[in-house]
Design a protein. Sequence first.
Length: 318
Amino acid sequence: MPRSAWLSLLLFSSCLTAATPSALRDRQHAALQRGDVLEAVRLGRARVKQASTSAAAHYDLACALARAADRDEAVASVRTAISLGFDAPAFLSKDDDLASLRSHPAFPELVQLAQEVSEHGIALPGLRTVMRKDLPTPLRLRLPPSGRPKLAVWLHPFGARLNADIERLAPVFHAHGYALAVPVVLMGPGWSEQALRSLLDDSVPALTEWVEVERPLLIGLSAGSHAALAAWAREPARFSGIIAGACAPELHGAVLPAGGAPIFVLNGEEDRATTTWRSELPRWQREGRTVSLRVLPGLGHEFVFDEGTLSAALTDIK
């Protein structure tokens, strides 16, 4: 390899290593949209190397591989994504990026596996699981082995549930005295006021046999965080706290209340909304609200929760 080509490859690899997971994701999606499938595959491989436990990263790599006609490796990537919690069989069956896989002999099995994850969730040994498919918003409840804990409710981001990602952290919730409830269906691309009320007014109260349903904790990501903030703004005393990840100080038309439950914001340093929070936070605090912001280096607009950050947020909420 010529020295100039080697240096170019080294510089390219260094740029990929330095990029945040969300930056790689956005670049990969852009490459797919413009039809540069080889670039999308290369960026996808960088993503899964950087985030090996991300179901979304493996699924997006599968999309790029399928577009590049590498069907066997694409199937393997979908299988990995499912093992990590990809749980949208209907989406799998209609995603245009995976059209070349529909005739693959393994494809029906992949759909079935995704269906099983959708219905039962990822395995969490040592924890109890209660499924309530009969509720207006069907919920899966992850409980400690015994007791009647407080309740934390997950509000997913725009267009994805990310249930497996947050359910892996159920032991952290339990260590702080919470059970975790996740919606098992995607409530449209985002949270409408009707969908949010269905969850909080109809479905959450029906969990009283297993958890304390009064003053639940809301935890959201991106659009789910905005929905949580809007619910808090309309009924500030109804919740024990809000943990808002990857969000801006947006209330979706609600009026900023004078006080209300404490709010813990977790944002990536590269998230554009972080700048807005830094300017707005002093006013929120000055006017008597309990709001704190933790900025995570090396992250953008993406899933920001891990054991340490979640535990710190739950401690701060108390």
